[in-house]
Design a protein. Sequence first.
Length: 347
Amino acid sequence: MTQTTPSLPSNSNASSLSKVRVFVRRRSKRPKTTSLALQQHDLQPPTRDDHYKRSSFPEIEDFAYSGANAITQSSKSEMGLDVTLVESEAASTRPTGELPAHWERVLEGIRRMRCSAEAPVDTMGCEKAGDTLPPKERRFAVLVSSLLSSQTKDHVTHGAIQRLLENGLLTPDAINNADEETIKKMLYPVGFYTRKATNLKKIANICLTKYDGDIPSTIEQLLLLPGIGPKMAHLVMNVGWNNVQGICVDTHVHRICNRLGWVSRPGTKQKTRTPEETREALQRWLPKEEWVPINPLLVGFGQTICTPLRPRCGECGISDLCPSAFKEASNSSPSSKPKKSGPNKKR
Ligand code: SF4
């Protein structure tokens, strides 16, 4: 994700804004692996039926990026939502699109890599915003975090959320009553902080006047808010309301799904052109229980290994399964390039 470097607003009081809360890193329950290579038993491709025979969601708690599943599993009662309905809906949904070859082995390989290294999204992603707050306040925090996250790195968004929180400005009421200059100072150096401050004021007012101080609870209503696009709306539905309506596809998910050959434009083998096209293509085949965890999984993978420029294919545990392996400029030395073998070999 690219980040702009906005100019500091006038009358900025940076020193008063520098206090940030430190997250305590949660230790993974599973011993970390040093080898990213897939084991032989992983090379038996499961069928779609095998996938749906699973009695529960994947073991996401074991991974460093556990936030998404923690929401669907352990925060259900806290959210006060009918999660049984959400889960039964997910279990009964059977995407009908054609499954990409080896997709479960690729997913498992990425999970293994994500176990071995923490990414910024694991501690500072939008899913983490306000995670100690009561449900209603937390939903607003997730919405604000989503708004701020575009064109902004996770740690910068996280810093702005912490400043708003510490200054008592992370509620619709407080934002509505604050002057816009104060909001700008809190948001800086978030990308497009001036425009986002304006939109945040408007959103707070809409939440107060139309939703009794809460946030909208449908995709359609969320998309009517200024500055909120499909990626953010789906993330807010998934995290804020625990109501999975679609996959949150950001630039990392969009890029990696295309590199893996998981998505294409309808009726073609060409890459999708936009995150929205990727979302629609991915939803045609990806089982619904993966719709929430796929975002933090691939975002973290994109932040650490499958980076936008010079992906680290030489360190990637699924390079023998990836059709894009070593095709883009890599910072891996030529000698580290493994010989292609196995399922990714041209047949
Ligand atoms: S092999 Fe390279 S392009 Fe493919 S997923 Fe791994 S890092 Fe990304």
